[in-house]
Design a protein around this ligand. Structure first.
Ligand SMILES: [Zn+2]
Length: 146
């Protein structure tokens, strides 16, 4: 098992590019997506070739030792969950992966394109997707003022 310390911001759900943070505390520091408290740093652990992340909350010194609390943030990629979503082309990422919302949208768009290029097209299903996408585009345009 290997441990490393990473200090970086987690992705903000509304930041499609993943360049933001989950939220900011009163001190302007990023908040842990697990407990909602300000975290001090991110630790990375490698177990059996897989990478897992933890938000570490520094609680101060107690009895001459540094006291911390860790919140599990998940792996870099959810391998087993992603296996069951291979038919729709989704690879699920952990909370520390910046830009995962945009990654998911891109993967779903790719799955729709594959479905369109296939011989048997579910026209009723495609209509449902189209209506939903039009509504999303409309809201995006509204949010951008256009
Ligand atoms: Zn936490």
């Amino acid at each position: 098992m290997g441990w490393g310390v990473w200090v970086f911001n987690l992705c903000l759900p509304l930041d499609l590019r993943g360049r933001g943070v989950v939220g900011l505390g009163s001190e302007g520091r990023p908040l842990c997506p697990r407990c909602g408290q300000v975290y001090s740093w991110i630790e990375r652990s490698t177990i059996g070739g897989r990478v897992y992340f933890y938000a570490v909350h520094y609680l101060g010194f107690e009895g001459g030792r540094r006291k911390t609390r860790k919140c599990y943030l998940g792996p870099s990629v959810y391998v087993y969950v992603s296996r069951t979503h291979g038919d729709v082309g989704l690879t699920f990422e952990g909370a520390v992966s910046g830009g995962r919302l945009l990654d998911y949208l891109e993967q779903l768009a790719g799955a729709v394109e594959v479905a369109l290029s296939g011989g048997s097209v579910d026209r009723a299903g495609l209509r449902v997707v189209l209506v939903r996408l039009k509504r999303l585009v409309s809201r995006l345009e509204g949010a951008l003022g256009g």
